[in-house]
Design a protein around this ligand. Structure first.
Ligand code: ZN
Length: 112
């Protein structure tokens, strides 16, 4: 019993070096988590953009087969062929590039 009480009285807490070391480790872990989050967000936007383009290209092909011509603008596809917010790149919200003479749809941000 006296031994435990003596150990508690000798407790001096952490040294400045120990606290600094713990803070540095926590800062490194936070930086790793932030970097992983940003990389996964960028990848998700790229995959979403690619999926949007695939849907729009299919819609342009359906429009062409129905009307024997390409639409004058991508907005002509909505709402009959494409619905939702899929006519813009999710990264910058910029509209996709569209060539009405060939029906080619591209993203200038991701170079798809
Ligand atoms: Zn894009």
């Amino acid at each position: 019993m006296f031994r435990v009480a003596r150990l508690l009285q000798d407790e001096r807490g952490f040294t400045l070096m120990e606290l600094t070391f713990v803070i540095i480790i926590l800062a490194i872990l936070v930086l790793l988590v932030i970097g992983t989050y940003e990389a996964s967000t960028t990848l998700a936007e790229k995959v979403t953009c690619e999926s949007n383009l695939r849907s729009i290209r299919a819609a342009v092909a359906m429009y062409h087969s129905s009307n024997d011509s390409y639409p004058d603008a991508l907005d002509d596809l909505s709402p009959s062929y494409v619905t939702g917010r899929g006519l813009r790149c999710p990264t910058t919200e910029a509209p996709y590039s569209y060539d009405a003479s060939t029906g080619r749809v591209t993203c200038s941000v991701h170079n798809f």
